[in-house]
Design a protein around this ligand. Structure first.
Ligand code: MRU
Length: 337
């Protein structure tokens, strides 16, 4: 399943707000609508936001090349893109990489296009490696809980958490995937269930508040989630509700794994307390489509992510392998030099 394409110097994005009901691809030749569509979650998921931003950067370079102040125009485009969403560090990672390349090559859109293509290609390979390593932690007959969508629709590859599940499924080890619906925007039921169902992987949708009940009945063997930003000690930000999943897992003795590429790690932060958490509009909680589900004008608290303490993790799965606690030294060792 694809969520992003680059064809004839134009970016195509699958509008994920319409799934699973409608498959609509939008074409972009200007970076500004990409900023708007990252903000409204038409394109989402940490790694895919990074890839989309890299291509949007190329669109900005094509428009600015030949103009007066290329560097100034590119700085403005970079800042606009960086302001789209604050939590997923892949956005900033990809923009820094594009900036570095631009400083090296100057006003050369073709070279920047090649860099964005390299980011996309590496991303796909990294997901394959995460899947390969991660499948080792999945026991035969596994009943797996996942939260939000860390799949093909979030990564432009097989996915991180869902990459592990896909690899384990190929080995015949997956009995059932329980997909948390993932309030308020339903990435679990709309996107995870959609892509697993399409691939013939057994999946059952549950409301977020049903996971503890399943664990209490002994019906979950492990949980695997994705990540938007991991601090140096292994604390991680992921979709709101991941922390509840972690606490539930801890209480019930269910191992919780997080799967992520190294580009999602932010070693500049010693722990999760410094991770910026996006807060989104109240209408995501007061309306379900056209239907009002809370009184007009009521106060709403709507953080898009929460931070799970590293103590609640059984392991961290990256393209370099699986790390078990204690994490600190082992995470630093993944970044030699
Ligand atoms: O708000 P979203 O849909 O962008 O949030 C996505 C998640 O929280 C994912 O779990 C995370 O980005 C990892 S995707 C491999």
């Amino acid at each position: 399943m694809e969520a992003l394409r680059w064809e004839d110097h134009a970016l195509w994005l699958l509008d994920q707000t319409l799934l699973p009901g409608e498959t609509r691809w939008n074409r972009y030749t200007d970076y500004r609508p990409v900023v708007a569509d990252i903000k409204r979650l038409a394109v989402r998921g940490a790694p895919l936001i990074g890839v989309a931003a890299a291509y949007a950067y190329v669109l900005a370079a094509r428009a600015a090349a030949g103009g007066g102040d290329f560097a100034g125009a590119m700085d403005r485009a970079r800042d606009d893109l960086a302001a789209s969403r604050p939590t997923a560090v892949n956005l900033f990672w990809a923009l820094e990489r594009m900036d570095r390349r631009r400083r090296a090559v100057g006003a050369d859109p073709a070279a920047l296009e090649a860099e964005a293509e390299a980011i996309q290609k590496e991303n796909i390979q990294v997901n394959e490696a995460i899947g390969r390593y991660g499948a080792e932690v999945v026991p035969p007959g596994a009943r797996i809980l996942t939260h939000c969508n860390a799949g093909a629709l979030a990564t432009d590859g097989i996915g991180t958490a869902l990459g592990v599940i896909r690899a384990a499924h190929r080995q015949g080890k997956v009995a059932m995937v329980y997909a948390d619906e993932t309030r308020p925007l339903l990435q679990g039921s709309r996107l995870t269930a959609y892509e697993l169902h399409a691939d013939g992987i057994p999946v059952t949708v549950i409301a977020d508040n049903m996971a503890a009940s399943l664990m209490g009945k002994g019906r979950i063997d492990l949980a695997i989630v994705g990540c938007d930003r991991m601090a140096a000690n292994g604390d991680l930000a992921n979709k709101i509700g991941t922390y509840s999943v972690a606490v539930n897992c801890h209480y019930h003795g269910v191992p919780l794994y997080v799967a992520l590429p190294l580009s999602t790690m932010d070693l500049s932060l010693p722990d999760g307390s410094g991770i910026p958490i996006e807060e989104r509009g109240g209408e995501e909680l007061t309306r379900l489509g056209p239907v009002q589900t809370a009184p007009e004008g009521v106060a709403v608290y709507n953080p898009a992510f929460d931070v799970t303490p590293h103590q609640l993790l059984a392991g961290i799965i990256t393209e370099k392998g699986v790390i078990r606690p204690p994490f600190g030294e082992k995470l630093r060792a993944l970044f030699p030099g």
